[in-house]
Design a protein around this ligand. Structure first.
Ligand code: CU
Length: 183
């Protein structure tokens, strides 16, 4: 899932306005960029921390079409291996753009980052086991706002999984990582 184009653009505009002001409030209240907007509640099972960001966040302005101008983005998973069973993802957006985390099975022999990207800049979510894409909330939403956390609890069988951000262009820009679930 990802933000509709309108709200996505609007959010970007807000982000750029914030960047232009250097994060200084001028009348309106602007939440300090590096202060987490929220934290996840206690989560069940093994907790996997997922960090979402763009390279050089806060030091450069990503273009209006992130990922299409060579902007590198990243998604990291800690730890990268957990026992089978209940696994909770705690996804923190450390970047300046909205992101999300989608969990897809990774077929044997396939390395992360090799999925085919459609003309919309997204990969197929067929077979998705779940996602964390709700600002300060659980499960599916319209994206995780910068400085916010989203979380979800899944029951995962042994195998390899790929966690990725499916906002247009973000996967191709590097937002994917492998999570291994051991038996
Ligand atoms: Cu993203």
């Amino acid at each position: 899932m990802w933000l509709h184009k309108m709200s996505y653009t609007a959010m970007s505009a807000v982000m750029y306005a914030g960047l232009g002001l250097g994060g200084v409030a001028t009348g309106a209240t602007i939440t300090p960029r590096r202060q987490p907007a929220c934290t996840a509640p206690p989560l069940q099972g093994r907790v996997v921390d997922v960090s979402l960001s763009e390279m050089g966040s806060g030091m450069m302005s990503p273009g209006p079409n992130p990922g299409s101008h060579g902007t590198r983005m990243r998604l990291t998973v800690t730890p990268s291996s957990v026992p089978a069973g209940k696994v909770s993802l705690r996804a923190y957006n450390a970047g300046v753009l909205a992101h999300e985390v989608v969990v897809l099975p990774l077929p044997a022999g396939q390395t992360p980052g090799r999925r085919v990207t459609g003309s919309d800049g997204r990969v197929s979510e067929t077979g998705s086991l779940g996602e964390a894409s709700r600002t300060c909330g659980a499960g599916a939403g319209n994206g995780i706002a910068p400085g916010s956390t989203s979380w979800t609890t899944l029951t995962l069988r042994p195998g390899r999984y790929e966690l990725l951000c499916n906002f247009p262009g973000h996967y191709a820009a590097g937002m994917y990582a492998e999570l291994d679930v051991t038996g």
